[in-house]
Design a protein around this ligand. Structure first.
Ligand code: SAH
Ligand code: SF4
Length: 357
């Protein structure tokens, strides 16, 4: 009979699961905790787990692999120390992560998929198609690689890089457990944000967990007419269904929903759009983040003017919806996630103003 050759992803397991697997395989269960500590201290091989017996290290290397994210490219902004990474995995697939420094700590924006299926017309990731899901350990590995490279502790995590987190639901749930667990990275749920284009059935599923994370919803339009033009997912779940799911989520978790709204000149930035948006959001525990769109897809979207953005913001507030204009970090390195992989060539030119390592 053919020998079992599947080698397992050790860093996607919880400590309880690893301990169970050790027991099932007649490995000393008390060693599981030790191995786990090594993994979460950033070990990249079993060999380096120096306080484990040599034969156990060899056995583990036969049965398990440790996910790592290798730095392919690193760009550091001259303006604000924002760091953008292009990480590769052993199969050659690449994703982006961005580290941002705020006064309240250090935040990382990580990817959840290689590419994305959702096809939003303004998004670089959407334009380049879908390759595969990331495992939970590959999401953890992005955080660990950045922490190790920058020699600091990351305090906040946003799932706002490449990919649609709720289209990779099981792996993202597992990641949330590992990242927040005391035996994992121990970053509390209140320090985690998850951004979705509006996978409505999964918003209901996520609500059941009552996590205290921040749910960001990429709304970008006040009605179906505009939203369906720029976000294909809107054909499946329209604005009414999405907002109903958001209200349910806010009620179930007690958490304010953060709505993302990319301001596109002449597309979604009129006074009428602001009034309509305010009318639809009023009464929902929410906050709107206005972000001038980045024209990265060649689809011809232009940023709304600063005056227009300000006026849109004031109109929302006048009608009772809180809103802020998001400051963009790392403007010189195209730090918005999802833009590096597709625009690699153009970016090399950009880097002249940045340090390129
Ligand atoms: N798939 C998820 C998370 C990744 S995209 C989502 O769509 O929410 C992260 C954020 O970047 C989303 O709010 C998305 O709408 C926004 N985004 C994508 N392309 C953009 C662009 N060209 N300009 C401004 N925001 C953009
Ligand atoms: Fe995917 Fe989000 Fe980009 Fe839309 S905006 S294509 S959902 S990554």
């Amino acid at each position: 009979m053919k020998k079992e050759t599947t080698i397992r992803d050790i860093k996607s397991l919880t400590l309880v699961e690893l301990s169970e697997q050790f027991r099932d395989q007649n490995l000393p269960a008390f060693r599981a905790k030790q191995v786990y500590q090594w993994l979460y201290r950033g070990a990249v091989s079993f060999e380096e787990m120096s306080d484990l017996p040599k034969n156990l290290r060899v056995t583990l290397a036969e049965k398990y692999y440790i996910s790592v994210a290798n730095i392919e490219k690193k760009l550091v902004s001259d303006y604000d120390n924002t760091v953008k990474y292009l990480f590769s995995f052993p199969d050659g697939q690449c994703v982006e992560s961005v580290v941002m420094h705020y006064h309240h700590g250090v935040s990382i924006c990580i990817s959840t998929q290689v590419g994305c299926k959702m096809g939003c017309t303004f998004c670089a990731t959407g334009k380049s198609g879908f390759s595969r899901h990331l495992t939970a350990s590959e999401m953890i590995a992005q955080i660990q690689a950045a922490q190790q490279d920058l020699d600091l502790r990351i305090s906040n995590v946003v799932l706002m890089g490449m990919g649609e987190p709720l289209d990779n639901y099981e792996n993202v749930l597992r990641f949330l457990e590992l990242v927040s667990s005391e035996t994992g990275l121990h970053i509390g749920m209140r320090h985690i944000s998850l951004s979705t284009c509006g996978v409505v059935n999964r918003i209901y599923d996520l609500a059941k967990h009552k996590f205290q994370l921040t749910l960001s919803v990429s709304l970008h339009a006040p009605n179906d007419l505009i939203r369906s033009r720029i976000m294909p997912i809107n054909h499946k779940w329209g604005v009414d269904q999405l907002l109903a799911a958001c209200r349910h989520y806010a009620d179930a978790t007690g958490r304010r929903i953060s709505f993302e709204y990319a301001m596109m000149d002449g597309v979604n930035d009129s006074d009428a759009c602001a009034v309509e948006l305010a009318a639809r959001l009023r009464g929902t525990l929410s906050h709107v983040n206005l972000i001038p769109v980045n024209d990265v897809t060649g689809a011809g979207y232009r940023k709304s003017s600063p005056v227009r953005v300000e006026r849109f913001c004031k109109t929302l507030e006048k009608y009772g919806v809180t809103a802020t204009v998001r400051r963009t970090l790392g403007a010189d390195i195209n730090a918005s996630c999802g833009q590096l992989r597709r625009r690699q060539k153009e970016e090399v030119a950009n880097v002249e103003r940045s340090k390129f390592k």
